[in-house]
Design a protein around this ligand. Structure first.
Ligand SMILES: Cc1cc2nc3c(=O)[nH]c(=O)nc-3n(C[C@H](O)[C@H](O)[C@H](O)COP(=O)(O)OP(=O)(O)OC[C@H]3O[C@@H](n4cnc5c(N)ncnc54)[C@H](O)[C@@H]3O)c2cc1C
Length: 420
C-alpha cells in the first residue's frame, strides 16, 4: 500500500467507516481511515466503566434477521423474548390487563401512522392518534425515546420508511466491542481530525493539523450534526442540494446513562426487565430503564428528545440528578438506595457527534437519498447512518451505507451520476 497516497481516504472510524474500509480492502484497494477521536467505533462504544461491558451508544442490533452485523455476533440475548415491561402509572405499576390495553393502543397508534396519507409529507404528530389514556405515552416513547426527537419534528414518510422492528439482540460483549473487533487490522489513524477536504482536483486532498493526504476518492462518514456545524470545510463548497440534505437530517438526542447497583434488592424486576412512566397531566416526560442485563450489577436507561437537549446543556450532573429523580418517582427511597456510581453520556455536546442519530425533518424525506449521491465525478461520497433509508439511525444503516459507498466507487458507471 502507498500509505500517503492511498486509493481512498475514509473519514471517520465508526460503523460506516469500518465497513467502507473492509469493503475497500476486500476489493484490493488501498485506503487510510482518519479518525479524530483517540478510539474507534464512533457512536458504538463499549467500556468497562461500570465494572462490566457498558455500551455508551448503540445497544441493540435491531431487525436482527436482516442486520448485517448479526453474522458477526458472539453470545447475545434476544431482548424481545424477555417479557418484563413495566409502566408506572404515578402511584403503582400497571396491571397485566392494563398492559394489554396499552399494547392494543400501541398497535392502533402504529397502524394509524402507517396507513395515514403521506402526500404531501408532514410531521408524524399530525396523523398520530391523540387523547385517551395511553396516546401521549406512546407518542413520547416512539418520538423522544426511539427516534430521539418528538414526533412533531419527524417526517412521516421518513418515519414509515425506517424499519426498527425486532428481533432486538443485545450482545453480551457490547455493540461497541463487536464493532471494534471488526476494525482489527484496518489502517486506521487515530487522533487525525480532518479539517478540510479539497475535491476540485483529479485527486482529492484531505487536511488536518497532522498534515495532508492525497487520494483518488474520499468517503466522509462523520455525522450530519458535524457536517451541519461546519466541522469539515469543503473546497469547493458543497452544492446547495447537498447542504439542504444535511440540514434536512438533523441529529436528535438520546442520552444514555448507567448506574452501578448497590446491594441485592431487585425491586421486583428480573434481569432485562424494563420500566418507564406514564405521561399524563403531572408527568410530561419519562426516562426509560433496563434492569441488570446479563445479571450484571448495572441498570441503564435513556432520556431523549428536547428534555435530553435541555439536560445536556445543563451538564452531566443535571442529567444524573434527573435520572435519579425519575427512578425515585417509581421506586421511592428503596430505589434511590440501589443506584450507585453513574455514567452519563455526552453525545449532544461532543463536537465529534453533536447528537445521537438522524431523523428527517417534515418535507425532507428525500434527504437521505440525496446525501448519498456521489459528487465530483465520484471523488466525494458521504456515508453513515443518515445515508440509509431503511435502517436510518442504526449501526445496520451505517454499515450498509459504508459498503454501498464503496460499491459506488468501484462501479465507474455509477460514479458519473453526480448530485446537482
Ligand atoms: C445513546 C445511543 C443509543 C443508540 N442505540 C442504538 C441501538 O440500540 N441500535 C443501533 O443500531 N443504533 C443505535 N444508535 C445509533 C448508532 O450508534 C449510530 O447510528 C451509528 O453508530 C452511526 O455510525 P456512523 O459510522 O454513521 O457514525 P459515527 O459512529 O458517528 O462515526 C463517525 C466517526 O467520525 C469521527 N469524526 C467526526 N468528526 C471528524 C473529523 N473532523 N475528522 C475525522 N473523524 C471525525 C467521529 O469521531 C466518529 O468516530 C444509538 C446511538 C446513541 C448515541
Amino acid at each position: 500500500m502507498r500509505p500517503n497516497d492511498p486509493d481512498v481516504v475514509v473519514i471517520g472510524a465508526g460503523c460506516a467507516g469500518i465497513a467502507a474500509a473492509r469493503a475497500l480492502i476486500a476489493a484490493g484497494k488501498s485506503c487510510v481511515v482518519l479518525e479524530a477521536d483517540s478510539r474507534i467505533g464512533g457512536r458504538a462504544q463499549t467500556s468497562d466503566v461500570l465494572g462490566a461491558p457498558f455500551d455508551h451508544g448503540a445497544t441493540w442490533l435491531h431487525q436482527a434477521d436482516e442486520n448485517p452485523l448479526t453474522r458477526f455476533l458472539g453470545a447475545h440475548i434476544d431482548h424481545d423474548t424477555v417479557r418484563g415491561r413495566h409502566l408506572h402509572l404515578g402511584d403503582r405499576f400497571a396491571t397485566r390487563a392494563e398492559m394489554a390495553e396499552y399494547d392494543r393502543a400501541c398497535d392502533a397508534f402504529e397502524t394509524a401512522i402507517a396507513q395515514a396519507p403521506s402526500d404531501p409529507d408532514r410531521a408524524v404528530s399530525e396523523v398520530a392518534p391523540q387523547g385517551g389514556r395511553w396516546n401521549e405515552t406512546i407518542a413520547h416513547w416512539l418520538g423522544a425515546q426511539i427516534n430521539a426527537a418528538e414526533l412533531s419534528r419527524i417526517s412521516l414518510r421518513d418515519y414509515v420508511a425506517v424499519d426498527l422492528e425486532g428481533p432486538n439482540l443485545l450482545p453480551r460483549e457490547g455493540v461497541g466491542a463487536l464493532v471494534a473487533r471488526l476494525a482489527e487490522g484496518l489502517p486506521i489513524r487515530l487522533d487525525h481530525a480532518v479539517t478540510r477536504v479539497n475535491w476540485d482536483c483529479p485527486r482529492v486532498t484531505v487536511e488536518g493539523d497532522w498534515g495532508s493526504l492525497r487520494a483518488g476518492a474520499v468517503v466522509v462518514t462523520v455525522s450530519t450534526g458535524v457536517l451541519a456545524a461546519g466541522g469539515i470545510r469543503f473546497k469547493p463548497a458543497l452544492p446547495t442540494g447537498t447542504m439542504e440534505a444535511i440540514h434536512g437530517l438533523p441529529l436528535g438526542l438520546l442520552t444514555k446513562y448507567g448506574f452501578r447497583t448497590l446491594g441485592a434488592d431487585q425491586l421486583g424486576m428480573q434481569p432485562f426487565h424494563s420500566a418507564r412512566r406514564l405521561i399524563g397531566p403531572d408527568t410530561t416526560t419519562s426516562m426509560s430503564w433496563i434492569f441488570r442485563p446479563f445479571e450484571r450489577d448495572q441498570i441503564f436507561g435513556f432520556v431523549g428528545g428536547s428534555r435530553a437537549w435541555e439536560l445536556a446543556k445543563e451538564g452531566a450532573a443535571a442529567t444524573e440528578a434527573a435520572a435519579r429523580a425519575d427512578f425515585a418517582a417509581m421506586f421511592g427511597a428503596r430505589g434511590a438506595k440501589l443506584l450507585g456510581q453513574a455514567v452519563i453520556t455526552d453525545w449532544g455536546t461532543n463536537p465529534l457527534f453533536r447528537g445521537s442519530y438522524s431523523h428527517a425533518r417534515p418535507g425532507h424525506h428525500e434527504s437521505r437519498a440525496r446525501l448519498s449521491l456521489p459528487l465530483g465525478g465520484g471523488r466525494l461520497r458521504f456515508a453513515g447512518e443518515a445515508c440509509h433509508s431503511r435502517f436510518a439511525g442504526t449501526v445496520a444503516g451505517a454499515w450498509l451505507s459504508g459498503e454501498a459507498a464503496v460499491r459506488g466507487l468501484l462501479d465507474k458507471r455509477r460514479a458519473v451520476t453526480d448530485a446537482p
